[in-house]
Design a protein around this ligand. Sequence first.
Ligand code: IPD
Ligand code: CA
Ligand code: CA
Ligand code: CA
Length: 266
Amino acid sequence: MTNPDPRELLDLALEAARKGGELAARGQRGISVLDTKSSPTDVVTEMDRATEKLIRDVLLGARPDDAILGEEGGAARGSTGVRWLVDPIDGTVNYLYGRAEWAVSVAAEVDGETVVGVVEIPVRGLTYSAVRGQGARRNGEPISAAAPVELGMALVATGFGYEARRRRKQAQVLSTVLPRVRDIRRVGSAAIDLCAVAEGSVNAYYERGAYPWDWGAGALIATEAGARVGGLRGTPPNHDLLLAAVPGLFEQLHDLLEPLGADSDD
Ligand code: IPD
Ligand code: CA
Ligand code: CA
Ligand code: CA
């Protein structure tokens, strides 16, 4: 199978994210909870599902033999070596409350390596994108992560997965981190947090319990902007830890988080 042209994958990701964002934005007013997932606060709306379906239709309409992994269960097995990671609405709780901080996240992996990422924030009119090896962009203009900073002067974004069993541990970890940094931000969208690292509007972001659709696009965008993105002890980002920061700060935060143990009550 010949490798697809990353520019073509980027154009398709941009189209899917734009159409998904337009649909979701039109449906935000008056939206209500349709169902819950891992806990009563882990909600899904009708628009999470409808947006994922639209994105899936756009992607598979153009490339019917690709694989897809979507948050709302939209899996497709493919045969091309290309897999799409889709979070139709990252920041569903913000979406539910009529807030602006939610994003559509679409990434393309080729043979397991992310090559394209798009994060669209419809209400803000912002599109972040990256192609592996070609830098990161916001609305087409190059962006780069903040200059190196000491941990004590770092503005650190974080997120909290909604699984009830994680919450107490997340609070304990935060109580260790908060006194060691400049301040904490909890925006409510992992994809937006990673783009904030990419543009330097925070110095770092960490979360435990995130999923590939949360970080697929944003991790590439942050990496291409000059940040380091990874998990514990040299691993790629994973469910145990998703950490993004400029080199130097990355290691300091990693060494603070690493001894704090697994992120669950059990
Ligand atoms: C959530 C958001 C949130 C993060 C959670 C995610 P969703 O995604 O990214 O910021 O802290 O871990 O589950 O459910 O709104 O797509
Ligand atoms: Ca969700
Ligand atoms: Ca998400
Ligand atoms: Ca989501």
